[in-house]
Design a protein around this ligand. Sequence first.
Ligand SMILES: *Cc1c(COP(=O)(O)O)cnc(C)c1O
Length: 505
Amino acid sequence: MHSDIKTTSGHRGLQQEEGLIFELAQPGVSGVDLPAPKGGPSRLGGLERSAPIGLPGLTEPETVRHYVRISQKNYSIDTGFYPLGSCTMKHNPRLNEKMARLPGFADVHPLQPAQTVQGALALIDTCAHWLKQLSGMAAVAMSPRAGAHGELCGLMAIRAAHDAKGEARKYVLVPDSAHGTNPATAAACGYEVKTIPSKANGRVDLQALLGSLDDDCAALMLTNPNTCGLFERNVLDIAEAVHGVGAYFYCDGANFNALVGKVRPGDLGVDAMHINLHKTFSTPHGGGGPGSGPVVLSEALAPFAPLPFVVQGTSGFDVTENEVDSPQAFGRLGAFHGQMGMFVRAVAYMMSHGADGLKQVAEDAVLSANYIKASLEDVMSVSYEGPCMHEVLFDDRFLQGSGVSTLDFAKALIDEGYHPMTVYFPLVVHGAMLIEPTETESKQSLDSFIKVMRALALAVKEEGAAARFAAAPQLTPRRRLDETQAARQPILRWRPQAEPAQAAE
Ligand SMILES: *Cc1c(COP(=O)(O)O)cnc(C)c1O
């Protein structure tokens, strides 16, 4: 390794050192070359700028290169394996992208009259149909923009259902292994959060759960499979007990990837569940545009679904926009329907797999996680006995006495060309490392990852391991950042050393 070579330019091979755009800029430079406007009467009513605004001065090619170089510093699912747990970082099939770019879907405007967007509305309806079929639920709200937004939608529907019965319930039950968005959503909806402990086997403590249920409980929020990668047992009994006190069963469906085509949440007594299209149905996370988190609803909650929604009438599809047509709707969740491009990609994914293919998705996702588990369990510490679902949870017992922490271990993985797995989540095990390979990784790519993980796990036992791991990553443009300081004292604004004599306009 030549990690200590110093270059004249500061660049490392074809990886260029990148300054801030303000640091690259030259006063007076501009990407466009228009003549100064001829003087005439100002129509700005005295609001003219009195000093230059200090925009960076770059030519067009300099600007393009700056942003392209920055974009190439991103690690992505298109550049390598991304073993994040619970996030389902699976391949985004290019067929989906092609479909989403069809002008009839890509160029529609949300305010177009319904008659002019019948195909787009039909597609939303098709997506809704598949989601209802796969979940075994009565209705689906398509407008939520993400999983967390879907949780908000689900709990607002639950709140509206209690309000309609004249009941003001006080709290929501959330297991301690839950994703942080669960308690946050319950609190945002005005509920107190009651935490249910996990048992030593990684599942929710059934006795504690049953013991916490009473007439003040509005809902239980349960993730299944849970964030330890385990299928919650006794779900039917749990649903019955929750319903028995007049509460609703919210399921966090972020991990539906492990169940799709195999288990219908509706059959488990679930009343509401968000489905992250960017997880289970392969639409892009983040960088591909906003997400989509439709919420499937049971018969009991369906009347409270938010506006707007698509309906099919005698003269085609229409969008229900107001409370007159849906008097129990809890309100309007968003200005428009949702993410058209995400619906198109999800439908393309569902249709190209078909019912049998989607079932195989879940089977292969579970197989991949168990393959990783079986290949690493002799050198790392698996948190829970027995087979896992779509993700496998390790903790830091195998690091004990080595001076290497979970964070050090994750940073060493970066030098090996891998984005680290999810670390320190879920909180129920010490120094968690949560790995979700998904079904789209080949055996070859899993084997390459396993080889690296095994080598690192063995290196932990070697002389000087603590120093070596503490120094990782060594091969990245930046190494360990002070994340705490960055969060506590973020510097969000570039300030010039001295006022530039003449900044670009
Ligand atoms: C991803 C995830 C969420 C939140 O979904 P977003 O789409 O990121 O808002 C909630 N719960 C679990 C278990 C998740 O994995």
